[in-house]
Write a protein that binds this ligand. Structure first.
Ligand SMILES: [Zn+2]
Length: 267
């Protein structure tokens, strides 16, 4: 039986493809690095949700978010209050959708070097050299630069019928998977059901939300804090990886929480 890895992406509105980082989807940039009111509510509600159980969560942080003092304050507080229950991975220097652009391994490597420097300096012992591609845009050519940057685990593959183009022009997810296997990059793919997405936006996008909730209701037990790092970094152990956003916690007036069954959360 596998176990579940809980992961959260820390994007605010200004980071998402509608506003930033995609050659055709980004139409209206939000330039200020101020946190949106929804993100602030999400931060508070996420923290409350964490206080209700004892399971670990990995946060994927965008390095440019560390320019905002309020975000930094929240993140250091989380680390202080929850210790090793909080692990922090890299979600890019900015939220650029790399595989939607022409191949550029050099700039990609530079940006991830800078991002991991900044995030690890901030998160210290809570940092892990784990990567999630911004907006899930992950191409085979990105694997080598990630290895060069010391990344050990990638969690970007979302092998569904609706997200084929995110593997980059002319590529398939099978090629991304193969590129990881040929290198030493461990791949922690997102949970899918019937080749459809059940994470992130799918949690609230009808009718995918119905399928997503059903998939989440039958998740295996959640990894414990002591097991987390060794398990995630052990290629021979299969795990079930799910993710949602801090912004999700702003929904339902801050009452939203990930649809993880109470019994496996408090197992
Ligand atoms: Zn993101």
């Amino acid at each position: 039986m596998t176990q579940t890895w809980l992961t959260v992406d820390c994007d605010d509105f200004r980071h998402i493809p509608k506003h930033y980082g995609h050659p055709t989807r980004s139409k209206s940039p939000l330039d200020s690095n101020e946190l949106s009111p929804e993100f602030k509510l999400g931060m508070r509600s996420f923290k409350n949700w964490l206080a209700n159980h004892d399971k670990p969560v990995t946060l994927f942080v965008i390095a440019d978010a560390l320019q905002n003092p309020e975000f930094c304050h929240w993140l250091s507080n989380l680390i202080e209050q929850f210790g090793q229950r909080i692990t922090i991975g890299c979600h890019g220097l900015t939220h650029k959708s790399w595989s939607a652009w022409p191949e550029d391994p050099e700039s990609f490597q530079d940006s991830i070097t800078k991002a991991t420097d900044e995030i690890s300096r901030f998160a210290k012992d809570n940092f892990r050299p784990w990567f999630r591609a911004p907006a899930g845009y992950m191409a085979p050519w990105m694997v080598k630069p990630l290895i060069e940057c010391g990344i050990t685990v990638d969690s970007s593959i979302n092998d569904t019928l609706l997200t084929k183009s995110k593997a980059g022009r002319g590529n398939t997810w099978a090629q991304v998977r193969a590129a990881c296997q040929e290198s030493s990059l461990i791949q922690r793919e997102w949970l899918t059901k019937w080749r459809l997405p059940v994470n992130g936006p799918a949690l609230s996008l009808f009718p995918l939300s119905i399928l997503a909730r059903r998939a989440w209701q039958s998740l295996p037990p959640v990894l414990t804090t002591n097991q987390l790092s060794d398990t995630v970094e052990n290629n021979t152990i299969q795990i079930t990886t799910v993710y949602w956003h801090i912004l999700d916690h702003a929904k339902l007036n801050g009452k939203w929480h990930p649809p993880v069954d109470e019994t496996i959360l408090n197992h």
